[in-house]
Ligand binder design. Structure first.
Ligand SMILES: N[C@@H](CCC(=O)N[C@@H](CS)C(=O)NCC(=O)O)C(=O)O
Length: 285
């Protein structure tokens, strides 16, 4: 294990990359860090994560592991000291459920709250965000950490977002601490651990980065988006995949579970602008 070659491809402001840093620090694993550009993806990143082309990627002895939660699980299984996931199957699955909740509700929602510029949309996103944090507070209960007495998988999944809170609060004009004091208490407790404090970015740097991103987002608001360009021929682009789809559709189990094409025609008549809708229904299986 001493000869292990561990490399992390990351980006300084990425909460999902911070998860990996924390997990490695908790385990005391030495690693080489390679900062990646999000605009000009390096050949190494494209080679190591050809599917999503995203960071973080952990390269362990030449083998790439992608997706932050998968990476943290891998680290936990590979380096057994200071376990992050419980060994009990039920508790383990429960941790995975809440980590997935963080991905769906905190990571994904951050996009809405930060980049939507209209008042109503932002208010709705803020409410959703606080509601999700409150659910997490309930899950934390009276424990010092989600993992119990020690930092665990859910702690690692959630705590990186703490360094984004200042940006959310300033941009969306609300106080997370006023609404979720217990959760902020937990954030501060986590920050007392070196594995966490050394892995998180400076909240003020994150804020100015977020402001720059908002400017870019506002600009792209005025140009062509996905909905405008969705009216493409999937068959021309992906003939093999369409062949597979047709093969699947010959199976009764699939046919019975999918909307027939005439339904889509009906949708065409009902909806004037169906380009995005049609694209999303193109692969009903
Ligand atoms: N679900 C992925 C999310 C990875 C992700 O979205 N990474 C962002 C940085 S935070 C990225 O690489 N973005 C570049 C892009 O979307 O092209 C994970 O947990 O690893």
């Amino acid at each position: 294990m001493d000869n292990d070659q561990v490399t992390l491809l990351g980006f300084w402001a990425s909460p999902v990359a911070m998860r990996v840093r924390i997990a490695l620090a908790e385990k005391g694993v030495k690693f080489e860090y390679k900062e990646q550009s999000m605009r000009n993806k390096s050949a190494l990143l494209l080679e190591m994560n050809p599917v999503h082309k995203k960071i973080p990627v952990l390269i362990h002895n030449g083998k790439p592991i992608c997706e932050s939660l998968v990476i943290v699980q891998y680290i936990d299984e590979m380096w057994k000291q200071s376990p992050l996931l419980p060994s009990d199957p039920y508790e383990r699955t429960r941790s995975m459920f809440w980590a997935d909740f963080v991905d769906q509700k905190i990571y994904d929602m951050k996009r809405n709250m930060m980049w939507k510029t209209r008042g109503d949309e932002q208010e709705a996103a803020k409410k959703d965000f606080i509601d999700s944090l409150k659910l997490l507070e309930v899950e934390l209960g009276d424990k010092p950490y989600f993992g119990g007495e020690t930092l665990g998988y859910v702690d690692v999944a959630l705590v990186p977002f703490y360094c984004w809170f200042h940006a959310y609060e300033t941009i969306a004009n609300f106080s997370i601490e006023a609404r979720c004091p217990k959760l902020i208490g937990w954030c501060k407790r986590c920050m007392q651990k070196e594995s966490v404090s050394k892995s998180l970015a400076d909240p003020h740097k994150i804020y100015s980065y977020a402001m720059k991103l908002r400017k870019i987002y506002r600009l792209s608001d005025q140009s062509l988006g996905f909905v405008d360009v969705a009216n493409v021929s999937m068959e021309a682009k992906c003939p093999k995949l369409i062949g597979w789809r047709k093969r699947c559709m010959q199976k009764e189990s699939v046919q019975a579970s999918c909307r027939p094409p005439q339904d889509l025609q009906l949708c065409d008549e009902v909806e004037e602008d169906t380009s995005a809708f049609r694209a999303s229904m193109m692969f009903p299986v």
